[in-house]
Design a protein around this ligand. Structure first.
Ligand SMILES: [Fe+2]
Ligand SMILES: [Fe+2]
Length: 401
């Protein structure tokens, strides 16, 4: 046993877990090579990972510093955005119309919100932790509640980011479209919050890594960084997660809710691709483009490696297994594998389409195994219906299938 290990193994489990947590935070930020990316993400990292601003139980104030872009000539400047605006107006739905009278029992094995195979319980058993059937169901209930809580927190970020981008974007047609997205995101906050409050009866606090991403988007004064972060990265993550849960859940209200939300999100990502494609290729210098390319790569890694449901770990297994073992359990979970596949098959083609997958960065993506998603369809070629069809078709092969 290493000296360090022999000391930490004698520590109080809470302190040990905290030390492990800090060293993870240091590890995340020490491998970032681009100093500009470090500057953009670093302060948010301190606020999220070290100060844990999202977990203080009080409202968080984040200083925004973008410029509102006014245009007194009201140009019709982007026909694709104008078309998205028309579609968005027609696609509005009312959260009250979902089947809220459905009775949901998260522990009912007949109608699982998430199948047990989502997690490989063998990893825990190898550590000497054997859960009963009831405990397994309770654990899966915790995992799905954690996921939905993070969706809700992400939606709050999307609500504010879309409002900011509506002010800051230079396309007038984009402002009209943006207003519909603000409404969409408000509805998403409404329905996820209602589902958690009335059906699952629990809310987990915001995950520190999600906080870092949201914080850095809110504080960044450049609209295209907000946009890249929210419309491409976080929405891509959301589509991956919503899509996976949509495929796996047997609970009809949740499936209906997710199906509706996915339709809206498909428009949001489409808008992100249209706005950024033009901006990145025509308006940015090479250095600015490189910075965004590096930033997107770092955030991709953050999203792939860091959403580890530690909030559930602390509740269930802190002191019983190490954070490292827990990471192994979550990273290797069959459901998480499916989630990463859905997420990156959306995200990577969108990054390609907006010009952030140049020859310069491709080797980095190849090294982490993400190039296999390169040739997929980008959001401007996919509609919400097309996306749901694809999810429905593929769910035949999904693990719960
Ligand atoms: Fe949303
Ligand atoms: Fe969205």
């Amino acid at each position: 046993m290493l000296f360090k290990d022999s000391i930490t193994s004698r520590m109080n489990p809470k302190i040990r877990s905290q030390l492990e947590e800090y060293s993870e935070a240091i590890e995340i930020f020490s491998h970032i090579r681009d100093p500009k990316v470090l500057k953009a993400l670093g302060p948010s990292g301190v606020r999220g990972l070290v100060l844990k601003r999202g977990k203080q139980g009080v409202p968080t104030k984040i200083q925004a510093s973008h410029k509102a872009h006014f245009d007194w000539s009201y140009p019709h400047d982007n026909s694709e955005m104008a078309e998205l605006y028309r579609r968005a107006k027609k696609g509005q739905w009312d959260g009250d119309d979902l089947a809220w009278s459905t009775s949901v029992d998260p522990l009912n094995p007949e109608i699982p919100i998430l199948p047990q195979e989502f997690i490989d319980f063998g990893v825990l058993e190898a550590e000497g932790i054997k859960l009963s059937q009831t405990e397994k169901r309770e654990f899966i209930y915790a995992v799905v509640t954690w996921m939905l809580s993070q969706f809700l927190h992400g939606e709050q970020g999307a609500l504010f980011a879309s409002a900011q981008v509506t002010e800051a974007v230079q396309f007038f047609d984009g402002k009209f479209y943006g207003a519909t997205q603000v409404m969409d995101e408000a509805r998403h906050v409404e329905v996820f919050q209602r589902y958690l409050e009335t059906k699952l009866n629990k809310l987990y606090s915001v995950n520190d890594n999600l906080f870092v991403i949201i914080d850095s988007l809110m504080a960044d004064s450049r609209w295209d960084m907000k946009f890249l972060g929210m419309q491409i990265m976080v929405e891509g993550l959301a589509l991956g997660a919503f899509g996976t849960l949509y495929q796996l859940t047997k609970e009809p209200l949740l499936k209906q809710l997710l199906g509706n939300v996915i339709q809206d999100e498909a428009r949001h990502v489409h808008y992100g691709v249209v706005a950024l494609r033009e901006h990145i290729v025509t308006e940015l210098s090479e250095a600015e483009r490189h910075e965004r390319e590096d930033w997107a790569f770092e955030v991709s890694l953050l999203m792939r490696n860091r959403f580890m449901a530690y909030e559930v770990y602390e509740e269930w297994f802190e002191g019983l297994i190490s954070r490292e073992k827990w990471r192994e359990l979550i990273l290797g979970a069959p459901g998480m594998e499916q989630f990463r596949t859905v997420m990156f098959s959306r995200l990577v083609p969108n990054l390609r389409e907006i010009g952030l997958m140049s020859e310069r960065i491709i080797p980095a993506y190849r090294q982490v195994g993400l190039m296999r998603y390169f040739d997929g369809k980008a959001a401007d070629e996919l509609t919400g219906d097309g996306m749901l069809d694809e999810l429905d078709r593929k769910s035949e092969f999904a693990m719960a299938g």
